[in-house]
Design a protein around this ligand. Structure first.
Ligand SMILES: *[C@@H]1O[C@H](CO)[C@@H](O)[C@H](O)[C@H]1NC(C)=O
Ligand SMILES: *[C@@H]1O[C@H](CO)[C@@H](O)[C@H](O)[C@H]1NC(C)=O
Ligand SMILES: *[C@@H]1O[C@H](CO)[C@@H](O)[C@H](O)[C@H]1NC(C)=O
Ligand SMILES: *[C@@H]1O[C@H](CO)[C@@H](O)[C@H](O)[C@H]1NC(C)=O
Ligand SMILES: *[C@@H]1O[C@H](CO)[C@@H](O)[C@H](O)[C@H]1NC(C)=O
Ligand SMILES: *[C@@H]1O[C@H](CO)[C@@H](O)[C@H](O)[C@H]1NC(C)=O
Ligand SMILES: *[C@@H]1O[C@H](CO)[C@@H](O)[C@H](O)[C@H]1NC(C)=O
Ligand SMILES: *[C@@H]1O[C@H](CO)[C@@H](O)[C@H](O)[C@H]1NC(C)=O
Length: 349
């Protein structure tokens, strides 16, 4: 009988802990509002728009596709993680949905997924800030679009703001890189992933973005989790950055990865290096200061330009990526994201 009070004490301590955790944070401002448009949990994705200031000096309608996972609350009152998934250059937003499978319950039952669409105001079509052929940030700044999307989504949907993630392919992966460099975005996003991503040298651009322009302003001890996946046979964005003429050169992938190892305060640490997928993948994972695998990189043998997956994706990526892989990047990226969450207390603003 002497153990009973102790059990009660323990139970009430846990209860208090839960109460105080709930009092700290329960979800974004959108929680409890009527679901916007025709969005339904697990239902068809919807084409939505916002009025955006990302085209500098004007209000521009910008498009995105929104998907609610089947596990989303129909009454919009249970907070869910949110993923922004950015497509490659000249691709429509729906290509990213098809390629990643992020809207399928096979991969994702819990996270809201948003597929934003790049603007098409300059050849060669829909694209993101950071490409040498895209308008400069004085004309279109997609970092503003990303902020606006997060504002609009968190105020209309029940989002867990400690679990917002960004993934991108090719030019969209480059944008993921630019968002990780943004001191406002890297405080709102818990983890980033770039796949076959294009991070350009400053000398390949008319303004510094990925090198001198990457000023993440991290507070002491703050880490920005980054996953980078890139094929050694990528002939669009070469692994070593020496792209085929007439394309400009990009930052060597290892240099970009090392820059995040360094910014995360893990410079000089030895990564865990693993050979996986029958020898086709070399994975390096950096940890430091108790942050395990905060930077993870997969160098993929015999893989071209695209999103690794076991299933056919259609053109142009089927040809560019040199066919399917024995693994799915989507599972890997989601698993990486699931390990990272922002500090609830730091979110209160
Ligand atoms: C969204 O737009 C695409 C074309 O861009 C179209 O194929 C699709 O049917 C639209 N979806 C809905 C739900 O209207
Ligand atoms: C954009 O629209 C808002 C409200 O809809 C308006 O207040 C603002 O002046 C507009 N800005 C420009 C540059 O047109
Ligand atoms: C991949 O790259 C290696 C090294 O450059 C080259 O030998 C090989 O032929 C390439 N394979 C394909 C399928 O392009
Ligand atoms: C290469 O970069 C320059 C700016 O330095 C730009 O004007 C040019 O359009 C770029 N070329 C290509 C093919 O991207
Ligand atoms: C390695 O990748 C190549 C090209 O995708 C594939 O043909 C081969 O089966 C893979 N090897 C293993 C052991 O998975
Ligand atoms: C970190 O990565 C290593 C190597 O892949 C793995 O063994 C370990 O379980 C990972 N740790 C976490 C916390 O995910
Ligand atoms: C990869 O994803 C597909 C669904 O797109 C699934 O059928 C397949 O089993 C997955 N493969 C692996 C190795 O996880
Ligand atoms: C979370 O953020 C608060 C406020 O910025 C800080 O006091 C606290 O130490 C942080 N907690 C962790 C676990 O980092």
């Amino acid at each position: 009988m002497t153990s009973l009070p102790r059990v009660l004490l323990a139970a009430s301590a846990i209860f208090n802990l839960l109460l105080s955790a709930q009092a700290a944070y329960t979800g974004s401002a959108g929680c409890g509002k009527a679901l916007p448009g025709a969005l339904t949990p697990g239902g068809p994705s919807q084409n939505l728009t916002i009025q955006s200031q990302s085209r500098i000096g004007s209000n521009t309608t910008r498009q995105y596709i929104a998907h609610l996972p089947e596990g989303f609350s129909a009454t919009n009152d249970k907070s869910a993680p949110l993923i922004l998934a950015f497509h490659g250059q000249q691709q429509p937003a729906y290509s990213m949905e098809r390629i990643t499978g992020l809207s399928t319950s096979f991969f994702n039952k819990d996270s809201i997924v948003i597929y934003p669409e790049g603007l098409n105001i300059q050849d060669p079509g829909q694209q993101w800030l950071g490409d040498p052929e895209a308008p400069t940030s004085s004309v279109v700044d997609d970092r503003i679009f990303a902020e606006e999307l997060l504002d609009a989504l968190t105020s209309s949907l029940c989002v867990d703001e400690t679990r917002i993630y960004v993934a991108g392919l090719s030019n969209g992966g480059g944008l993921a890189g630019l968002l990780s460099c943004s001191p406002t975005l890297n405080k709102r996003v818990a983890a980033f992933a770039g796949v076959a991503a294009a991070y350009w040298l400053d000398t390949s651009l008319t303004e510094p973005l990925f090198e001198a322009g990457c000023i993440p302003q991290l507070a002491e001890g703050k880490k920005v989790p980054f996953m980078e996946l890139h094929g050694l046979n990528d002939t669009v964005i070469a692994y070593d950055g020496n792209n085929a003429a007439p394309a400009n050169n990009s930052i060597p992938v290892t240099k970009w990865v090392d820059s995040w190892v360094e910014r995360n305060g893990c410079a000089g640490t030895t990564p865990v290096v693993e050979t996986l997928e029958g020898g086709n993948v070399t994975q390096s994972s950096w940890s430091c200061d108790g942050a395990e695998n905060v930077t993870v990189h997969r160098k993929i043998n015999l893989f071209g330009h695209g999103w690794p997956s076991t299933t056919a994706q259609g053109e142009p990526f089927e040809t560019l990526r040199l066919g399917p892989t024995t693994w799915n990047a989507t599972s890997l990226v989601l698993d990486f994201f699931s390990k990272w969450q922002l500090n609830e207390t730091a979110l209160q603003r």
